[in-house]
Structures are given as structure tokens and as C-alpha cells.
Design a protein. Structure first.
Length: 371
């Protein structure tokens, strides 16, 4: 990879991420929940200023870039972002609003109000353990923020989503180490195993978007690109942190990761990107999921989980991702927030728009490409 091209692109994407602005919440009040689900156009998800999952992934991308640069250059940005949201008041507790805590739990001791932040992280971890609704087998029910009401929730009763692994489980695992709470780390492992049990498809190596216990099925049976990408990148982060795993359990997770990576490699589009429905070449190619997949593959190669052929796969994806970055640093062809769907048309109908997570996942992929 051209190192200077990577650095230049990182600079533009970072600047755009930090200046995405906020959202017009009045817009959300004008659309029905059905319309929001159909298109993914939810104002809350746009910009960098809200406390929800798109912004949480955005912060994490900046955190990983800061780690790669070996300094604290974004700490002021993080502190200002946190104080602004705390002054407004945090939204409802749910899986998606847990995403910003993954960054907070790792930087809190470097910030002026660290005791306040430590208490917030502790309370959120305790809520995941004791307050979040559970499915059968004790899985984290994928509760989300209500449309048009940041203080409300959508329960998604009895549903497991692949998204949960990145939005909540990684935080619980990390908090378990920071606060020396082994029970939290054990529960994070339990959640990974439950989600693999119900979402992993042994015939393709791919993960279904979700599972419904009331229905007893995987909804539309869709292998959704960004959903699978949360697993690709998330498992490398989880395994890196999970130093205490028994050898048999660790190998099981690595085996699953390898099978999943091969399933992805078989479905890579000629351009280097991945389709929003991974095994449906008539669905559009999607950049945010492709970026997280590329990042996860590169991390897998570096960790020794994957062979060099996956580096080739990832670098092909990264070149295509760079081609989708506009001059002003906007990452293009990023699908909006995607609710659970019952057919391919649902996923094909999700609009593409600039999103904090699209910027952040691209940053993570480019940083991994730098090595």
C-alpha cells in the first residue's frame, strides 16, 4: 500500500469525522417508525454530536487512531464531546447507547473528571449485567433508542442482533479488566458464545443479521455486510483482550473467526468491496462494512489467525475504500442504520449517507493498513 496515500486519506477522513456536526431532531418527529425502518434515514444517527451507536463507533475510530499515533491529540475533542452530552443529559439506556462507553472506559483516567466517568462506566456495566432485558439462553436483547424520542426505547423483544457484540459486549469485557471484575468478563464471553450459537451459519461461514426467539428463526435469513463486519473486527478486539481464555475455548473462537473470514473472502466483489447482502451480487456494495472486514482481516493476519491470502483480500478492499473517499474526506456509499429485515429488498432499500461510523471504520481500516 502507498503509505503517503494512506496518511493523506486518514487526515481527510479524520477532519471530516470531527466536523460532521449534529442532527435536526425535528426531522425525526416528521417520519413514522415504519418509514425510518424502511430507509434508515434517522436524523439522530447523523453527525457526531449525539450519544448513540454511530457516534460511539466514531469515537472509537478516533481512539484507535490516537493509539496508533502514540499520543493524546484527541483528548480535548473527547472531553468536549463528553461534557456537551452530559450537559444535555444522556439518552435512554440500551444496547446502542452503550457504544460510546467502549472509548470512555479506555480514556477516562486521562480526563479531568475521571471519577465521574469511572462511575458512569461502572453503572453502565452493572446495568448490562442486571438491568438489560435478556432473551432465552441469557442473551443480551438488542434494545435500541426509540425513533423521535431519545428517552424511549424499542425493545425488539426476544431478539439477538450481530450488532450487540460491538455495541455492548466489547465494553463489558474491557470494563471487566479496568475494574477487576471477572464476572463481567465471563459474561462478555458468554454473550459471544450465545451470539455465535444462534447467528453463525456453518454452511457459509457467515453470520445472520439476527435471531428471533419468539419466531424461532433468523428473520429473513440475511447475511448483512455491516452485521458480519462487527464480528470480523470485533472478534480480533475480543481475542486480544481475552488473555485468560481456556485453550479449548480460545481455539473454538479462532476456528469460528477463520471460517467466517473464508466465507467473506468467497463473497468479495471484483471491485474489492463487499455487497450489503454479502451473498447477493445484485445488492449494492457498501463501504463501512467493507472497511471493518478489511480491518479485521489485517488484524487476524497480524495475530497469526489468518494466512497471507487474507492480507491480499483486505488490501484489495482498502484500495476500493480509498476510491470511495471524496476530496473533502467524506466516506461515500455508507448504508444508514439498518433495522432487522425479512427480505433482501429491505436491505437494498436502505439509503446511503455520510455517517460517523463510516468515517471511523474507514479510519480503522486505513490505520491497520499502515501496520
Amino acid at each position: 500500500m502507498n503509505r503517503q496515500l494512506l496518511l493523506d486519506t486518514i487526515g481527510r477522513v479524520t477532519d471530516r469525522l470531527m466536523n460532521l456536526g449534529g442532527a435536526n431532531y425535528e426531522e425525526d418527529k416528521k417520519i413514522s417508525q415504519a418509514e425510518a425502518v424502511r430507509t434508515g434515514n434517522v436524523a439522530r444517527d447523523a453527525g457526531i454530536e449525539e450519544w448513540d451507536w454511530p457516534q460511539g463507533v466514531g469515537l472509537y475510530g478516533l481512539k484507535m487512531l490516537q493509539d496508533a499515533q502514540g499520543d493524546g491529540r484527541y483528548l480535548d475533542f473527547f472531553e468536549n464531546w463528553l461534557r456537551r452530552n452530559l450537559e444535555i443529559g444522556l439518552p435512554s439506556r440500551n444496547v446502542n447507547t452503550t457504544a460510546p462507553f467502549l472509548t470512555l472506559v479506555q480514556i477516562m483516567d486521562q480526563l479531568p473528571e475521571k471519577e465521574e466517568y469511572r462511575q458512569l462506566c461502572r453503572e453502565r456495566a452493572e446495568w448490562l449485567m442486571d438491568g438489560l432485558a435478556r432473551t432465552k439462553d441469557g442473551g443480551f436483547q438488542h434494545v435500541t433508542t426509540a425513533i423521535g424520542d431519545r428517552n424511549g426505547v424499542i425493545l425488539n423483544e426476544g431478539q439477538l442482533w450481530a450488532d450487540t457484540l460491538f455495541m455492548a459486549v466489547l465494553f463489558l469485557q474491557k470494563a471487566g479488566r479496568v475494574f477487576s471484575n471477572q464476572a463481567w468478563r465471563e459474561e462478555a464471553l458468554h454473550q459471544v458464545l450465545v451470539h455465535i450459537k444462534y447467528l453463525f451459519d456453518k454452511n457459509t461461514g457467515l453470520l445472520y443479521h439476527g435471531y428471533s426467539f419468539p419466531r424461532g428463526d433468523n428473520f429473513g435469513g440475511i447475511f448483512w455486510c455491516r452485521g458480519d463486519s462487527w464480528f470480523t473486527l470485533g472478534m480480533t478486539l475480543f481475542l486480544e483482550e481475552a488473555t485468560e481464555l481456556q485453550p479449548g475455548v480460545r481455539q473454538y473462537l479462532i476456528d469460528t473467526f477463520q471460517a467466517h473470514a473464508e466465507g467473506l473472502r468467497r463473497n468479495q466483489a471484483p471491485s474489492g468491496l463487499f455487497h450489503t447482502i454479502l451473498n447477493d451480487p445484485t445488492s449494492y456494495e457498501e463501504v463501512s462494512g467493507s472497511a471493518a472486514i478489511a480491518a479485521g482481516m489485517l488484524r487476524g493476519v497480524r495475530a497469526g489467525f489468518l494466512g497471507e491470502e487474507y492480507r491480499v483480500c483486505a488490501e484489495k478492499a482498502i484500495q476500493a475504500i480509498i476510491d470511495n473517499v471524496a476530496e473533502d474526506g467524506t466516506v461515500q456509499n455508507v448504508s444508514a442504520g439498518t433495522a432487522m429485515g425479512m427480505n433482501p429488498e429491505h436491505y437494498k432499500g436502505i439509503a446511503c449517507r455520510p455517517m460517523a461510523y463510516g468515517q471511523a471504520l474507514t479510519l480503522i481500516a486505513l490505520c491497520e493498513a499502515l501496520g
